[in-house]
Design a protein around this ligand. Structure first.
Ligand SMILES: C[S@@+](CC[C@H](N)C(=O)[O-])C[C@H]1O[C@@H](n2cnc3c(N)ncnc32)[C@H](O)[C@@H]1O
Length: 273
């Protein structure tokens, strides 16, 4: 049966193919997803019932990392794999600290890019780019990137919950390195990444669900993830369980009782030397 296509869905979108971006939107309680996305996301939640909480924790890391960078003086951001916009977008958070902050959002999901562009309508200094982050040269040479970001000055590069969608054969560490080389000293990188360290069997089951999605997911070990950020000087507390990366003392009790094994994900922020 063909899914009903809402008016806002860009015509090039295959709404029968579950998308990693729209499944994530579903975990976060958003409405920019189709029946095929919801069906696979629900299957994933059956394997990993904590996923909606994990997704929120990941958004919280993104926001803490952006605040950290803005407080360090970063006023331009390149958000790679930015997803479907939700409350607390990067430009909103950054501008609480750096009112003139510029942000380029990059994603390869047409629905994510269309909604980001709609959100940014009338917003100066922020733009959305439809691109595959693995094509580093074409992202870096994109006209919107060139217009909004000055790569001769420090940039905050964000790769939140996206490197686990870059397969080993696509060399995720090499992709990170290409962006590192394109930025000047004083730039920062923030990442989060799903790990197989705590529940390897669950991780394999979770990976199996995503073989039906637009992007395969690879849960990796701490060492594999550390290798991706090896070119950066990690700020305290280094590569750590995501809820332990500079937790906000103002946030309430942890919904999973602070059990890092249930989050199964690491975070790090590094300074480009
Ligand atoms: C789990 S979501 C995370 C979204 C956002 N970073 C956040 O933290 O809320 C992963 C996003 O990465 C995007 N993505 C995956 N592989 C990508 C690629 N090669 N190039 C660009 N975007 C990619 C997906 O489309 C999706 O929107």
């Amino acid at each position: 049966m063909t899914d009903h296509r809402p008016a806002w869905a860009p015509s090039e979108v295959d709404i029968e193919q579950p998308s990693a971006a729209r499944m994530y939107d579903f975990y976060l309680g958003g409405s920019h997803n189709f029946p095929s996305d919801r069906a696979l996301a629900e299957q994933y939640i059956r394997v990993l019932p904590d996923m909606p909480v994990i997704a929120r924790a990941q958004r919280a890391v993104l926001q803490r990392a952006v605040r950290f960078m803005a407080e360090a003086g970063i006023d331009q951001f390149l958000d790679l794999g930015s997803g479907i916009p939700t409350a607390g977008a990067v430009h909103e958070i950054a501008r609480e600290i750096e009112p003139g902050a510029r942000v380029v959002y990059v994603d390869c999901d047409p629905v994510a890019v269309a909604h980001t562009a709609a959100l940014l309508d009338g917003v100066e200094g922020a733009g959305a780019v439809y691109a595959d982050l693995r094509a580093t040269a074409s992202v870096l040479n994109d006209s919107v990137v060139g217009e909004l970001l000055d790569l001769t000055r420090p940039v905050g590069v964000l790769m939140i919950a996206v490197l686990h969608f870059v397969a080993d054969q696509d060399d995720p560490a090499g992709v990170v390195e290409a962006y590192r080389q394109a930025t000047v000293p004083g730039s920062y990188l923030a990442i989060t990444h799903a790990t197989s360290d705590y529940h390897p069997e669950l991780a394999r089951k979770a990976e199996a669900v995503y073989t039906r999605a637009s992007h395969q997911i690879s849960y990796r070990s701490r060492d594999e993830i550390a290798a991706m950020v090896a070119g950066y000087e990690l700020v305290e507390p280094g590569l750590t369980d995501m809820i332990r990366w500079r937790p906000d003392p103002r946030s309430g009790p942890d919904p999973l009782g602070g059990d890092v094994t249930r989050y199964s994900g690491y975070a790090a922020v590094g300074l480009r030397p």
